[in-house]
Design a protein around this ligand. Sequence first.
Ligand code: F6R
Length: 362
Amino acid sequence: DKGNYRHFMAKEIAEQPEVVGHTLAHHLDMANMRARVPDGIDFATLDRLAISACGTAFYAGLVARYWFEKFARMPVDIDIASEFRYREPPLKEGGLAIMISQSGETADTLATLRHCREQGMQIASVCNVPTSTIARDSDAVLPTLAGPEIGVASTKAFTCQLATLAALAVAAGRARKVLTAEDEFRLVNALIEVPRLMTETLKLEPQIERLAKTFAHSRDALYLGRGTSYPIALEGALKLKEISYIHAEGYAAGELKHGPIALIDEDVPVVVVAPFDQLFEKTVSNMQEVQARGGKVVLITDAEGAIVAGETFETLIVPTSYAFVSPLIYAIPMQLLAYHTAVFMGTDVDQPRNLAKSVTVE
Ligand code: F6R
């Protein structure tokens, strides 16, 4: 049931504060300000992690790599599920592999799970459908409590995957004695604030709807980000291309001058994902390289970032958050921009051409 919404995608975007809140409540022990560790996983004895997934779920894994490496000092080996096996990565018996899948039925992810199991690994899955094949074949299931996701383009499942993985990375950091109790308190507190910040961020919708009219006339778009904003840029580009059919590419902001800058002219909008954090200054200098070539910059940042960055074609100001949780917040303008561009162009938003909700062939 779409309720009062025109599309399932719109409803699912709007539900995020609530479902991310449920997901966090499950994975955090809020009374004691701690992140929970799933039964059977002992992070203290693991020396690395393998993560695999497809599409949007893979981008959640890319964000999680930054978190596990920073907070738990665990090296993360990550690849898309359709390539993971072909690399024949050396996997350790007793090691932990994490599969991320909304549907729990994605053929490539399931094949990777089975490959890892044959190598003697333990399997944990971050999954939205507890009765799915991937969930059933896992030793531990970390549920995303997004509820059914009907729109083919993943939205709320993605932010619930991020919430789950963020809590898990904090739990791993504590188990491995990298994080102190104060560190954990601070990180859990940052997570608890996310639903409220998401509600604030959703208020950007009218501004994004107006911006989408400009986007609808573009043939190509670029998305740039650094650090954890890099996978968010990849996700923004994927969302736009899958529902509006506008060609879009996400790049690490630092890669711009190694090739993609050749594409910049007045007709190419460039979405720059740049929270005011330690990486901000560098990303803004990449943004200025785009502006110097006439590119139309859409900057997504917070109030401080907007002041420092100066004039742009359009600046979307999201609420200020801890750098740790910014991927969960910045995902929302990515979704809204793709959604409104597609609505303006009149495409079938919930059922884009050539795409299926669960991909059960390799
Ligand atoms: C993008 C999208 C796909 C899925 C991918 C994995 O919006 O929905 O890229 O993320 O097909 O699907 P699951 O998570 O069901 O394994």
